[in-house]
Design a protein around this ligand. Structure first.
Ligand code: SF4
Length: 486
């Protein structure tokens, strides 16, 4: 157990805890226990002038670091830079103590490429960006290069459209055929909720109508239907939703209309035809693994065969932009399983591939009932991640977006790979927080990005919808009112 003691104030609590968890993923961190109960004690002193970190083991000081806080040119306290100093100090102490380095250095945020993109946009060369993030965030050369490469591609793609003056639409369908072991999204069993879907869609259309009215005259650049599993509703219900979207919004500027079909067991030819007829340009069919034993363990209730069938059907229906999601670090899977998965995928030639590292979120069954799954092994590493890069290369796919989550197995990242010109635009936009994403449906979160006249991004405002489907239906007027400012 590691005890964190905040001396004077705890302004950087979140960052300190995040970094400690990265060095000690299996160890409990506490802030309110007696000193003699803890194996290690970290004292964090901070008074807006100085930083003082002390690491103690068995009551003895084994390392400490003192630094001054950062101030800007006007003598004002600079919180962001002070946080970076504190994290570097903490990293130095913990790295020396554990003899470990972290591939992503001091970064605990979920969007490393936002940093590299900003630096490139401020005219730093590729080498300068890599150098900067290595020095300031202790990011490894390898990850610094990947992040910079992705940023360069993003900038090239974003330059081709006026994203600052456009917006994207996200629509959430929070139903799934069953709940995956690791799921922490807003998702309800379609079997238990099938009688509520029509009411849900009617409420959703009311919200979409209000958004269409508010955003009249503004260009819509991408539409993303996610969830849950949007294809868990019937083909008629899907048709109803897509018809309404077509009638309400001008889709003539839409560069990508994506439906996260997700679960192979929810896909039928009828649904694929409905999507095709309504102009859906990209779909995602997600096996997560091509090993049946694992699919059973994680509660997906579909087989590898179901995935192959769904993929083949989608090709027959005319989809030429299909993404497939895989997860690394699934129970009892090792590097050989990942290699087998990728080898099998080679033959299907998807246009894009998204590799996630398993993240143990608080609300997931896997986390809440940890004891029940103690017999399972979870294996993820940078070497395993390398296998996916190797095979993505063989498939002609290159990395185009990347993000991290808290509590990821191996403290790694999620990476999207795509063929040139087949990148998931919405994925990039949501990660870089570059333009407004208006989100409708239960659990949907709208993000509004403000720019100054000279094009500088100033702040991001979020508007959340309630997560519960019944409450969403009952309080749809309030959800619409909340969007008054869009
Ligand atoms: S398919 Fe996705 S949203 Fe549905 S239960 Fe599984 S992880 Fe959750």
């Amino acid at each position: 157990m590691i005890l964190i003691k905040y001396v004077l104030n705890n302004d950087f609590e979140y960052d300190i805890q995040g970094l400690i968890r990265s060095f000690f993923p299996e160890e409990e961190t506490v802030t309110n226990k007696l000193e003699n109960e803890a194996r290690l004690i970290l004292e964090c002193g901070f008074n807006y002038e100085n930083l003082h970190m002390v690491l103690k083991e068995n009551g003895n000081v084994i390392d400490e670091k003192k630094s001054s806080c950062a101030y800007d040119g006007n003598g004002e306290y600079d919180r962001k830079e002070t946080k970076n100093i504190l994290k570097r100090d903490l990293y130095d102490i913990l790295s020396k103590y554990t003899n470990k380095t972290l591939l992503w250095g001091t970064l605990s945020g979920i969007r490393p490429t936002k940093i590299t993109t900003n630096l490139l946009e401020n005219n730093l060369s590729e080498e300068e960006v890599i150098d900067y993030v290595k020095k300031n965030y202790y990011i490894s050369e390898k990850k610094a290069k990947i992040a910079t490469e992705i940023s360069k591609r993003e900038i090239k793609i974003f330059n081709s459209f006026d994203y600052k003056n456009e917006y994207s639409l996200y629509i959430g369908i929070p139903f799934c055929p069953s709940t995956c072991l690791y799921c922490s999204f807003t998702s309800y069993s379609i079997t238990a909720f099938k009688d509520k879907v029509d009411d849900y869609l009617n409420a959703l259309v009311l919200e979409l109508k209000a958004v269409a009215e508010k955003r009249k005259g503004k260009k819509l650049s991408s539409v993303y239907i996610g969830g849950g599993t949007p294809t868990s509703i019937t083909d008629k219900q899907l048709d109803f939703l897509l018809t309404n979207i077509e009638e309400l919004f001008d889709l003539s500027n839409v560069k990508e209309f994506c439906v996260e079909s997700g679960r192979p067991d929810s896909i039928t030819m009828e649904k694929l035809i409905v999507m095709k007829n309504h102009g859906v340009s990209r779909i995602s069919i997600n096996p997560q693994t091509l090993k049946d034993e694992t699919l059973k363990i994680i509660g997906r209730r579909h087989t590898v065969e179901d995935f192959y069938n769904a993929f083949e059907m989608a090709r027959k229906a005319g989809f030429n932009n299909i993404n497939t999601d895989f997860i690394l670090g699934l129970p009892n899977e090792n590097s050989e399983d990942v290699r087998n998965n990728m080898e099998k995928l080679l033959e299907l030639k998807p246009e894009s591939l998204t590799i996630h590292s398993l993240a143990l979120k608080r609300a997931a069954r896997l986390n809440m009932f940890k004891g029940d799954y103690a017999h399972l092994s979870f294996d993820n590493s940078d070497e395993i991640m390398d296998i996916t890069h190797e095979y993505a290369g063989k498939m002609g796919l290159y990395p185009y977006y990347l993000y991290r989550q808290k509590n990821m197995k191996g403290n790694l990242e999620n990476t999207g790979f795509a063929k040139d010109g087949m990148e998931g635009i919405y994925n990039m936009l949501i990660m870089e927080e570059k333009h407004d994403i208006i989100a409708c449906g239960a659990g949907a979160s709208t993000k509004l990005v403000k720019y100054t006249d000279d094009g500088m991004e100033t702040q991001i405002k979020r508007i959340e919808n309630v997560k519960n489907v019944d409450v969403y239906i009952d309080r749809i007027d309030e959800m619409i009112d909340r969007k008054g400012i869009i």
